[in-house]
Design a protein. Sequence first.
Length: 318
Amino acid sequence: MTDNQITSRSHATDGATNGFLVAALYHFARFERFEAFREPLQAFCDENGIKGTLLIAREGINGTVAGTDDAIARLLTHLRAQPEFANLEHKESRASKMPFLRMKVRPKKEIVTMGVEDIDPNKIVGTYVDPKDWNALISDPETILIDTRNDYETAIGIFKGAVDPNTKTFREFPDWVRNNTGLHNKPKIAMYCTGGIRCEKATAFMKEEGFEEVYHLKGGILKYLEEVPEEESLWEGACFVFDERVSVEHGLKEGNHKLCHACRNPITAEEITSAKYEEGVSCSNCYDTRSEADRLRYRQRQHQIALAKKRGVRHIGS
């Protein structure tokens, strides 16, 4: 058992009575039997009341799931019993209510889609930097700090001094790197993402592109927010997460952001007061890019959600 697994397990016990346990996990490994593994894994999660998404591919596994502490512990034991995932690590946080609607196990071509052939983090990857050492690295004037996430994520939080590529999807990242020759102006490249997985491929790609000193934050923003005291932190804002919590803050406390169900962008309490905001229909991010026909459709969906709530059930599209 790794130190990370020991820490995570004790953390789960400490908060066992606090809502649901959320586990973010990924592992790169040659996993040829991924398609045959889908149905048994789906059944295991369903039987244990676990919800979330797990992506499986020939290159490994990636996802975030939630359930009771015991259920998540059983799942992690089950996954680590597979030879390919024996060294799987995960990160934990809490949710006051179940943050997912359903459980989905999906076979994919890639567990994180970059769209570049032959990028294999098992063969080449950047240097991992523990959260406790991250501040020193990114404060070094010889370091260029790059956020590998997408624009809707960086909009609510980013490390001080980071370069924001303003990408819509991770597929845009390779072209952004190739079009920014200034990235070669300093010897060190430091990169980060939510949980670490995008940086596995991003740093591998950077090494293939000829960058020599490439570093990435081990465990991603989530691990940094968990371990680094707020008074020492260089993180500014909140961290977007891909579940109904929408964002988390220092100490992995649930943030105050909501999600616009029209465009799936995070919105603040201030943005909710905008004249362009209508619950489930529009926000200031998407109002000008949607037609009246779109908004009519969204209103109809929102009406169905309200009816379901009155009946005491959760609408599948909410």
